[in-house]
Design a protein around this ligand. Sequence first.
Ligand code: HEC
Ligand code: HEC
Length: 307
Amino acid sequence: MADPAPDDLAPDAASTRRERHASTARTAVLAVAGGTALFVLGSIFIDTGLIGHADTNRDVVASEPAAFSPPPMSSIPAGPEGDAIRRGMQIFLNPGTNAREFVGNSLACKNCHLDAGRKPDSAPMWAAWVAYPKYRSKNKQINTMEDRVKGCFTYSMNAQDGPSGKPPPPGSDIYKDLEVYFHWLAKNAPTGVDMEGAGYPEPTLSAAGYDPVRGAQVYSQNCAACHGSDGQGRQDINGRVVFPPLWGPRSYNWGAGMARIDNAAGFIKANMPLGQGNRLSDQQAWDVAAFVNSHERPKDPRQTGGR
Ligand code: HEC
Ligand code: HEC
């Protein structure tokens, strides 16, 4: 049976995605290069659900101050619960070491959920904590927090290429430690409301659509200095990731939320270039997201149909 897909796509959209990522198709798309043609393509993707509208709090205006601040690190309590919170935080910051078995790439949770999962408009974990369990129309079932985290291990962390070949098993201490960390981050957060700063914002898609060719130029001017002109990022002399890879075998796979152009555009608009969130225009964010996601990356594990 196919794994339930907490990470988003309806099965029919997933098969459309497979076709889209056939490299010949992509070459053709790039060769077309005309904004109009790409806009038409973009509309088709919206119709097929490939550019879906995520169910998190998308109408947040990025410039509004976030209403919620998580507690300072210094207030993590002593004792067994504090120890678990600290373990969860360490997994979040460095899963490649602290959840090694289940990581198949060079990424870490904090690469996409910035400031250790604290930053608004970066899918912060305090907002996520109070939003689960929840029904997701995309996979037509109630998703627990464990289901959701399993999704990020499966797709964003590409667990299929890790030592165990799969995400942490149900009930694993890895989920427990992460959850107690998120619970602590959400101290005094309200339940039953969409929190401001949850998820990623959604930049406006103009009539010009998005265009990986325009995006290539945005990339070389704003991103390549850190992520490399080959998109592979950079490691220090000890092999620790300084700038994470955006595509290729060590990045997120095709099933990941970030492989969707709308999610990537929202993340990039609010958070990149690092430390200069909201510097790019909405147009630049869409174009560069399309460019990043026009490159090869590990396959969606659902493509085997066997898991
Ligand atoms: C390559 C980027 C990336 C990495 C790495 C990543 N995630 Fe995510 N994560 C996303 C995206 C994209 C979403 C969807 C956000 C949305 O729909 O607004 C998401 C959503 C989530 C959510 C739900 C958030 C919400 O508001 O509903 C949780 C929880 C989560 N991730 C946990 C993790 C954990 C734990 C790790 C590390 C094991 C991780 N993520 C690694 C990109 C990433
Ligand atoms: C100053 C260096 C710097 C620049 C410039 C920069 N980034 Fe990043 N980027 C980072 C770092 C560092 C992270 C990981 C953040 C963390 O772990 O706190 C990151 C994370 C990311 C991620 C999520 C993780 C991954 O590997 O997929 C994406 C996507 C991304 N950047 C895209 C871009 C794009 C597109 C641009 C240009 C508009 C850009 N970045 C410019 C440093 C940079």
